[in-house]
Ligand binder design. Structure first.
Ligand code: 5GP
Ligand code: ZN
Length: 117
């Protein structure tokens, strides 16, 4: 890992480095998936790149968004979400982004309703 790939003050970088515990459900060389601390649905998993990026646009520049979607789909299958699921990328204050390390929310296991929020 290069210096630019991790931020020592970032909560999710600490989860990647296993300095902060998380319930990891899947991982590979590019991404990890772990359960959200405050789940909003029966399945609520965060899928994040190992490399630090502040948001989806930055991680897209790193070429990592495909890896996040693919790992989310694997987790959705493992969780038995045959009726569907939602993938959410909160970006910036209007969307309520609270952690500035890219994270794809995988939510499912109930009817999610539309429009959101
Ligand atoms: P955001 O609002 O930035 O899109 O979502 C951040 C998410 O991270 C929230 O759903 C919140 O519950 C989750 N979260 C915040 N801190 C932790 C933590 O330490 N561990 C885990 N597993 N999830 C966290
Ligand atoms: Zn980070």
């Amino acid at each position: 890992m290069t210096d630019k790939s991790t931020d020592p003050h970032c909560l999710f970088c600490k989860i990647v480095a296993e300095k902060v515990p998380a319930e990891v459900v899947a991982s590979n060389d590019k991404a990890i998936a772990f359960r959200d601390l405050n789940p909003q649905a029966p399945t609520h998993v965060l899928v994040i790149p190992r490399r630090h990026g502040a948001n989806a646009a930055e991680s897209a520049e790193h070429g990592l968004m495909d890896a996040l979607v693919s790992l989310a789909a694997e987790v959705a299958e493992e969780e038995g979400l045959t009726h569907g699921y939602r993938l959410v990328l909160n970006t910036g204050p209007d969307a309520g982004q609270a952690v500035f390390h890219t994270h794809l929310h995988l939510v499912g296991g109930r009817n999610l309703g539309w429009p959101p929020g």
